[in-house]
Write a protein that binds this ligand. Sequence first.
Ligand code: SF4
Ligand code: SF4
Length: 114
Amino acid sequence: MQHQVIHIHPQAPQKPALGAACNGCGLCCLVEPCPIGVVVSGRLKGECKALVWSDQAGRYHCGVLAQAYEAARPALDGRKAPWWRRLWWRWVHRMIAAGIGCDAALEAVSPVKN
Ligand code: SF4
Ligand code: SF4
């Protein structure tokens, strides 16, 4: 079993079981970036630079997906907007496997306190 030290927000929710709905615990994106995150972060390991903590929601968000959603929102609401914005949002959604549930086979262990 491999171990990796990460720094996670103290208010972050506990990681749900594999296959359960994603709750934004952030664990997967703190361990290593997804393919889009690799491009954004310029690295293969460690925290993704696009990961954003939300105090309001009490969870992490993907900054790339949030930006793509904002860009596509007019089109998603049925208003006029450049067609590529909707395509971009769909592509990001697919690339980061959003909405399919937690696919991270990881286990978080709290640090031992002396
Ligand atoms: S996919 Fe899983 S590990 Fe990643 S943020 Fe969602 S719940 Fe956490
Ligand atoms: S889902 Fe978003 S925040 Fe997570 S690794 Fe991918 S690009 Fe980064």
